[in-house]
Design a protein around this ligand. Structure first.
Ligand code: ADP
Length: 255
């Protein structure tokens, strides 16, 4: 039996094609899995606060609560309802980022000015916990989507406050570097254990669920940061030491 020499040629030419198709299928599958996992997580995350809201409300409605317990019950209902609102807002933000058909308009944004506004929005929360915030740097303009840049910088700065310690510091610097325009947020907080550092950008991932929940976290903040970075061609770098503090940097491409 003589081998058909053409078989070999066909095979050699087909291999890279087949491999590319295989890779594409795997990527599609990964995206499909991520979506599936996201919806499963969403239902779970929405159900938890709703279960406690309806549970507490039902007990009160049936008159099964002592008058002195009413403030505590109402507070739980209020807190869980707030949580639900934040969660829904974050989910809407993510769906918008996911929706490729939505055209987001780019404009010139001064990162320093934007960060200054964000710092002032967070200053009350920070001062309530005796956390000192400081912003230095210089005006640096990039072409981007203002609202998304706002969410990105807000989320990393809010985390630096949220996961800080009493009397801690948050130091922010914005300016030009050799790598490109940069926003750097450093904190003297609880830090992130090494084994978690790659995973914190995943949707709903939290190092310590109860700590995050207590501080009103949804586990979606950093996935919004990552998404926004991709949209702007930016990179996000984490440097953290458990127990000592964290430094997060968003580095934008040169114009
Ligand atoms: P969350 O809503 O829980 O804050 P994020 O997506 O913003 O969600 O962050 C994911 C997790 O990463 C947090 O739950 C927290 O465990 C950890 N994390 C993020 N930023 C910091 C930080 N500056 N210091 C310590 N841990 C952090």
């Amino acid at each position: 039996d003589l081998e058909n020499p053409l078989d070999n040629v066909v095979y050699e030419e087909m291999t890279p094609l087949l491999e590319a198709m295989d890779k594409q299928n795997k990527e599609k599958e990964a995206v499909a899995n991520m979506r599936k996992e996201f919806s499963a997580n969403v239902s779970h995350e929405l159900k938890t606060p709703l279960t406690s809201i309806s549970g507490y409300a039902e007990i009160m409605m049936n008159g099964l609560v002592r008058p002195e317990d009413i403030p505590r019950f109402s507070e739980t209902i209020y807190k869980e309802a707030r949580r639900l609102l934040t969660l829904i807002e974050d989910i809407i933000k993510i769906s918008k980022l996911d929706d490729e058909s939505v055209e987001l308009e780019k404009e010139d944004v001064d990162l320093f000015e934007l960060t200054r506004e964000i710092v002032s929005r967070l200053s009350l929360t920070a001062s309530q916990r005796n956390i000192h915030m400081e912003l230095t740097g210089e005006s640096v303009k990039i072409h981007g989507i203002r609202q998304i840049l706002d969410e990105m910088i807000y989320n990393i700065t809010e985390n630096a406050v949220k996961y800080n310690k009493e009397n801690g510091n948050v130091t922010i610097w914005v300016g030009n570097t050799l790598e490109g325009p940069k926003v750097r947020v450093s904190d003297t907080g609880i830090g992130i254990p090494k084994e978690h550092q790659d995973r914190i950008f995943e949707r709903f991932y939290r190092v310590d669920k109860s700590h995050s929940k207590e501080r009103g976290g949804t586990g979606l903040g950093l996935s919004i940061v990552k998404h926004g970075a991709i949209l702007h061609g930016a990179k996000v770098q984490v440097d953290s030491e458990y127990g000592k503090g964290t430094r997060m940097e968003i580095i934008f491409p040169e114009k």
